[in-house]
Design a protein. Structure first.
Ligand SMILES: Cc1ncc(COP(=O)(O)O)c(C=O)c1O
Length: 379
């Protein structure tokens, strides 16, 4: 028996169309886009362009040439932070962030480049908006927050945060690694200036592809300089987007797979997919709530959330629970801190963390019934 409930780490299985499309590219026209003028290269470049257009439409990014591809969300976030922040800037972030935000910010702080404020969140993982409002300084350049928590499934009020940032004339960056593809995001409505995403989770693409969506007038300096296939006569890196932030050959197979993943979501309907997964999550939540000695973290029932259940069983270590679920019953989960130590400090589960069950559109009620049964057995 294989029950995969680790979709927040990476979604699996992938839609068959994702696999077929990548295979077709690798088999039928696997050339480098934007480099040569032959028809395979042009076809690959067309696929890359269409993927930018699809992402720009998904997130309502003002212009598709401001959709920049990176290897993952971590590279996207680092590209934005290191390329944007200058000595003396102040940055505000939250206690629910992933280490892919916290670590580059702490690094910049320790190097004496930025000042950093980290805002408290409540036990359900929601950012304290009053504290946020009171944390702005005259040198605040950027606010960075997670959208959907990989630990608790909490969805931050990004629209409210975006509004506050706009009123203060401060840039707002959102880490949408867990939410992109499942929760609607509108960069213009939500006042998001920079959006970081990863392709291999709820967007159902392969690993090794992610990116940044950037509002038109934001200039991020490139960390990498090199070949772009454009302005090759120049010895310096081009300034225009997307080439500005895309040095070197792109992960075209990844981009093409991501395009198929997004197309799958659009064909199914993002709202339908979310509704089905939340029904399952709610069922899981309610069944476990009946059980003594199990603590579920994050938003209480009926609050908006991602399809994630993070829990602990009294007197048991999360790592032991996850080990038994996998070894004895074939149920794959993730135990520990999920790269988010500050989030666990917030919900009171540091240093051992929780066991996280994360669903996808391929998770069935039978999977959840079986899992509930085995959790009760362990308890
Ligand atoms: C909230 C959040 N941010 C960032 C990341 C980093 O994503 P990636 O490993 O694809 O760079 C993750 C991955 O788990 C995440 O959950």
């Amino acid at each position: 028996m294989n029950i995969y409930l680790d979709n927040s780490a990476t979604s699996w299985p992938k839609p068959i169309t994702v696999i077929e499309t990548i295979t077709s590219y690798m088999t039928d026209f696997g050339a480098s886009p934007g480099r040569s003028a032959h028809h395979f290269s042009v076809k690959a470049a067309k696929e890359v362009f269409e993927t930018r257009e699809l992402l720009a439409s998904l997130f309502n990014t003002p212009s598709s040439d401001r959709v920049v591809f990176t290897a993952n969300a971590t590279q996207a976030i680092n590209t934005a932070l290191f390329g944007l922040l200058k000595k003396g800037d102040h940055v505000i972030t939250s206690y629910m962030e992933h280490n892919s935000v916290v670590r580059p910010l702490r690094h910049l702080e320790q190097k004496g480049i930025i000042e950093l404020s980290i805002i408290d969140c409540d036990k359900e993982g929601y950012i304290n908006l009053e504290k946020l409002k009171n944390s702005f300084r005259s040198n605040t350049k950027l606010v960075v927050t997670i959208h959907g928590s990989n630990v608790t499934g909490t969805i931050q009020p990004i629209k409210q945060i975006g509004k506050i940032c706009k009123s203060k004339n401060v840039l707002y960056m959102v880490d949408a690694s867990q939410s992109a593809g499942i929760i609607p995001i509108d960069m213009q409505e939500d006042n998001i200036d920079i959006l970081a995403f990863t392709g291999h989770k709820e967007l159902y693409g392969p690993m090794g592809i992610g990116g940044l969506c950037i509002k038109n007038d934001i200039q991020i300096e490139s960390l990498m300089h090199g070949g772009t296939g454009s302005r090759s006569e120049s010895e310096t890196h081009p300034h225009f987007y997307p080439d500005r932030l895309e040095a070197g050959t792109l992960n075209t197979a990844g981009i093409i797979g991501l395009k198929a993943g997004i197309q799958y979501i659009l064909d199914q309907g993002m709202n339908n997919m979310l509704k089905k997964q939340l029904q399952l999550t709610d069922y899981f939540y309610c069944k476990l709530k009946e059980t003594n000695d199990i603590t579920i973290y994050g938003p209480t029932r009926n609050r908006e959330r991602l399809p994630i259940i993070s829990l602990n069983i009294k007197d048991k270590m999360p790592s032991d629970i996850a080990y038994t679920l996998d070894k004895e019953f074939g149920i794959m989960t993730r135990a520990g801190l999920h790269c988010s130590p500050l989030a666990h400090k917030t919900i009171g589960t540091f240093p051992h963390g929780t066991v996280r069950f994360s669903m996808s559109c391929f998770t069935t009620k039978e999977d959840i019934d079986y899992t509930i049964d085995k959790i009760k057995l362990i308890q």
